[in-house]
Design a protein around this ligand. Structure first.
Ligand code: FAD
Length: 571
């Protein structure tokens, strides 16, 4: 059932068994696990079904450190949370992701892959990934593309899958199920502004709820889960300071620290020895009903032996500009409109202007005649055209094609043969070295509900720089060894500033890290806040390190594990 919190009378006191704060990927996953059980669940969600600017403004948070994407853009305040606009790229963590790295302080999780492995298959389905298969060889056997022939002891290829578009938005996909659930009540427009505890400060007692239209009420529960994302989870703990002035779970000053992302930028460019460099496996492409987006990274042996964090190396081919111009041309757009009309779909602005489109297509398809001698019994090119063609090399010849045969023929060539590649951009995504100074901090300024705002002071250090540069050195060696071309670095090796196109933002992690030792973490291996008997955290804020893949699949697997744990404590 859904309830609009703006209809709840101020001063109401609602009682439930389990209170989940936040209905994003983590919160919805946990709530669904309790459907049909005797446990009464209240889900408190700050947003509504659709994007709402006023609710979204509660997430505004300035950047104090490296310039990332603005934080209110990197998160969504709506039912379904940030999955309302995530890209859906998924890959489970490997065993190594959970292990400490040689000489890297704070690395290593208190759980291992074996703890999450049972939950990954269901997590994949929940995220909208069509296959539970992640092994390279299994995909290679089915794919029309092949991985690059690199020495796997140096540079390995990893498979990531992209969740299906129609399955990836949690808010759309799971709305009906939660609406029909008799024992789960989801309050929309319900922002939790603090968590209250008992006198000892060791148990959560109630959540204080506020709406933007002025209602105030409380929700008391036996167990609480904060699932508000990696910026709001620490914010809620820090503002819940009635019993503990420094905030809940913050006896060791760790709440908000160790903020991480997967920072990324264009660092290098492969200048291929052939325009047919085989990088199709690393582009987003379909294999059966699945979509793959694979990438390279330094081998796990090297990472473990030398104490590196992971670096994902994404490849982005830059296609010959002549072909790209053809792809964007009005004639190709006309052909697409005609094909769409034949399929029965209509143009956005109403009926298809068929005559105009057919004229465009016919003129384009006959355009090659301009280069041939008129009246000849078979097409004979003018001598200067023929000479230019024979004098050109393989790369130049392909570039001529769109001009000679027209945009439509070039687009068809592109579709079935593939446009020639002029270069391949290399974008590292860095698994950051855990840094306590990279952090979310409370500000004196308050939001519309009177809650202190937060700022993010994101840092990157010398060790992060060393890691991605070492990864690129390995990649350069392999490109040279295999004769695929040469790697051109797009930075000066003496340069210590981070590049202007450095960005991050979508993978917010690490601000309430997991550790068995309360002096080194905010939650224990069960995601329970140290020192609190019944307050749990869900989401990537508990990640001690950011891992080699994207975070959502793993945080959903962790949420399933947490739901199981809470269910066992409630029996
Ligand atoms: C552009 C973009 C692309 C991305 N692409 C990928 C990708 O390809 N792969 C990947 O793995 N990840 C990706 N992500 C990250 C992914 O979206 C997040 O990892 C995931 O949504 C986090 O889930 P969550 O439940 O922890 O938080 P969220 O999904 O952010 O949900 C948190 C919920 O809590 C609510 N809330 C916040 N504060 C309060 C409060 N005080 N009271 C009540 N409710 C509150 C919010 O309204 C929200 O609904 C991307 C993110 C962005 C922005």
């Amino acid at each position: 059932m859904f309830i609009d919190a703006r209809t709840v009378e101020t001063g109401s006191h609602i009682e439930t068994d389990l209170c989940i704060i936040g209905a994003g990927a983590a919160g919805i996953t946990i709530a669904r696990r309790f459907i049909g059980t005797p446990v009464r669940v209240a889900v408190l969600e700050s947003g509504e079904f659709e994007y709402d600017e006023q609710a979204q403004s509660l997430s505004e948070a300035p950047q104090l450190g490296i310039p990332y994407e603005p934080l209110h853009v990197a998160r969504l305040r709506a039912f379904g949370g940030t999955t309302g606009h995530w890209a859906g790229v998924c890959r489970p963590f490997d065993e190594v992701d959970f292990q400490p790295r040689l000489g890297v302080r704070y690395s290593g999780w208190p759980i291992s892959l074996a703890d999450l492995q049972p939950f990954y298959p269901e997590a994949a389905q929940i995220c909208g990934v069509r296959s539970g298969e992640w092994g390279l060889q299994e995909w290679v056997a089915r794919d029309r593309f092949a991985p690059l022939p690199f020495d796997a002891a140096r540079i390995s290829t990893r498979v990531a899958q992209v969740a299906a578009r129609d399955l990836r938005r949690f808010g759309t996909r799971y709305q009906k199920e939660l609406k029909q659930a008799g024992n789960v009540v989801t309050f929309l427009h319900a922002t939790v502004t603090r968590l209250e505890t008992d006198l000892a400060g060791t148990s959560g007692t109630s959540a204080q709820v506020a709406t933007l239209t002025g209602q105030r009420f409380t929700v008391a529960a036996r167990q609480f889960v904060l699932a508000t994302g990696a910026i709001e989870n620490p914010r809620l703990l820090l503002v819940s300071n009635r019993r503990w002035p420094e905030g809940l779970g913050n006896q060791h000053g760790l709440v908000g620290r160790f903020f991480q992302d997967h920072p990324r930028f264009v660092a290098a460019m492969i200048e291929p020895s052939s325009p047919r460099i085989p990088v199709g496996f690393y582009t987003t492409h379909d294999v059966g009903d699945s979509t793959l987006q694979c990438y390279l990274s330094p081998s796990r042996q090297i990472q473990m032996i030398e104490g590196w964090m992971d670096v994902q190396l994404r490849l982005s081919p830059v296609y010959d500009e002549h072909f790209m111009r053809s792809e964007r041309s009005a004639d190709v757009a006309s052909l697409r409109s005609i094909l769409a009309a034949l399929k029965g779909s209509r143009e956005r602005d109403g009926a298809v202007d068929l005559r105009r489109h057919v004229r465009n297509v016919l003129v384009d398809l006959s355009g090659w005649q301009r280069f041939t001698i008129p009246g000849a019994p078979v097409p004979v090119p003018y001598p200067e055209i023929a000479t230019a063609w024979w004098r050109s090399n393989e790369r130049e010849r392909e570039s001529f094609l769109p001009g000679l045969v027209g945009d439509i023929a070039a687009a068809v060539y592109n579709e079935y043969v593939g446009a020639p590649i002029s270069s391949v951009l290399v974008l590292p995504r860095i698994e950051q070295v855990p840094d306590p100074d990279s952090r979310v901090v409370l500000l004196a300024e308050r939001d519309e509900l009177g809650m202190p705002r937060v700022a993010c002071d994101a840092r990157l250090g010398e060790a992060d720089r060393r890691n991605y540069r070492r990864a690129l050195t390995l990649l350069g060696m392999e490109i040279g060894r295999t004769g695929l071309g040469r790697l051109k670095l797009l930075y000066d090796e003496r340069e210590t500033a981070w590049p202007d196109d450095l960005t991050g933002g979508p993978h917010l992690m690490g601000t309430t890290r997991m550790s068995n030792d309360p002096a080194e973490g905010v939650v224990d291996r069960d995601c329970r806040v140290h020192g609190m008997s019944n307050v749990y955290l869900a989401g990537s804020s508990v990640f001690p390190t950011g891992g080699s893949g994207t975070p959502t699949l793993t945080l959903v697997a962790l949420a399933l594990r947490l739901a199981e744990h809470i269910r066992s404590t409630m029996q």
